[in-house]
Design a protein around this ligand. Sequence first.
Ligand code: NAD
Length: 481
Amino acid sequence: MHIPASDQTFTMTIDGRPVAGATEFNVTNPVTGTFLALAPHCSDEQLDQAVAAARAAFPAWAALALEDRRQYLRTMADTIEAHTELLADLVVQEQGKPRPVARAEVAGLAYWLRATADIPLVETVNQDDSERRSITRHVPLGVVAAITPWNYPLGQASFKLGPALLAGNTVILKPSAFTPLANLKLGEVLREVLPPGVLNVITGTGGLGSRVTSHPGFDKISFTGSTTTGRTVMASAAANLARVTLELGGNDAAIVLPDVDVKQVAPQLFWAAFANTGQICLATKRLYIHADIYDALARELAHLVATVTLGDPAQDENVELGPVSNLRQYQTVVDLLNDCRDQGYPFLSGGLPDPDSAGYFIRPTLVDNPPDSARIVREEQFGPVLPLLKYTDTADAVTRANDSEFGLGASVWGADTEAAYAVAQQLQAGTVWVNESMHLHPQVPFGGHKQSGIGVESGQAGVLAFTNAQTLTIKHTSTAA
Ligand code: NAD
């Protein structure tokens, strides 16, 4: 199913009602770099209205039996699945990813909601004896701001919506201004499911994110985006001590040990780096390869890079990689490629795009063994460029992999899994995989070390992050007359 976004109308969801923007802003098609659709811009008054609606809805939502909120999450999942094609089509158009991947993103949102619905909200008994009964339970925080980036417009929401709502909070979802459309449609289809004010969706440009984080009406800011913005969000949230969860940038290292089967791991490493055109926080962004297999693996990867199908995913289901998703990110990646060229680092395949070509396409590019000081090694590219880095000593590879301000994910690849696991244990990252990459699960907490974030999403810890711990004690003394 394909309905051009320009033929559709998009409204915000505030207090369960459709709300047109005070003004509108343009959304761009990354395939062409031209106009895609108009999206509503949220004014200050509309932001106040959304906060007031979420606040008004909070007491009744929080007072529901937990089982009722679990059921709401399951109904949300059913409704989202019933609109898979509509939502996926918008993700394809505004974000530029292949249609099967967009469908999987919608399915993932439904899956995450259902799995989150089953997560227990534990109550701990601290003391239970003749003197006193003491328990610690988890109560909702209030109104949550969910601020998300553009790489997985719906997928990023899935880490926040289910846990926040299950815990008893109401939510204002603010997606990236680069990709507002699927989230606006999500709010629309869920109007029939949730009580008014429980989930509000607002969009806008010109600093809506900072207007949200500096608004005194939020009890928690759940933010996913760059490390630079994350610092601003944390400073802003400090004003009224709003809780924060920060899921930030990464520069994930993969270490390939010399005993791997090169032909077998090459496609896995290729997709670990280039899925979603490299625009995944957990994508492999530095590939450390043992010298014994460096040339063979580089050759295999170069072949995959040269033969992957790029194109317009809205027109062709067989497209494997779409464009970079927006002009800002395209310029970031081109800037890094220019730096590689200026410094004389060889490209094994790919390279700078033709400046006259339409849209934001960049063919996946391998950079041949640049120095550790290279910008492409030190900075987060968040795009289809991968430095291949040669090592001879595993301890040295670990030191180089850990030499980063980031600590989001990492992976180790080797035939001897015990040896690979021993290496994995030395890596400084929130998640370290052995012989796979980027595998996430709704019941497994995920978050960044160092400047890749604060707190976790998913799993029981991800739900508890949307609560306050509350201890209740009963002293067993008779007060009866
Ligand atoms: P970004 O920081 O520019 O924007 C993220 C969101 O924050 C958007 O909704 C944006 O409108 C909003 N925003 C911008 N400025 C703001 C401000 N001052 N206050 C509040 N909100 C503000 O990031 P991006 O370019 O959208 O996303 C790419 C980055 O996100 C990469 O660094 C990537 O690694 C990171 N990311 C991290 C994870 C993770 O789980 N750790 C997942 C995906 C992306």
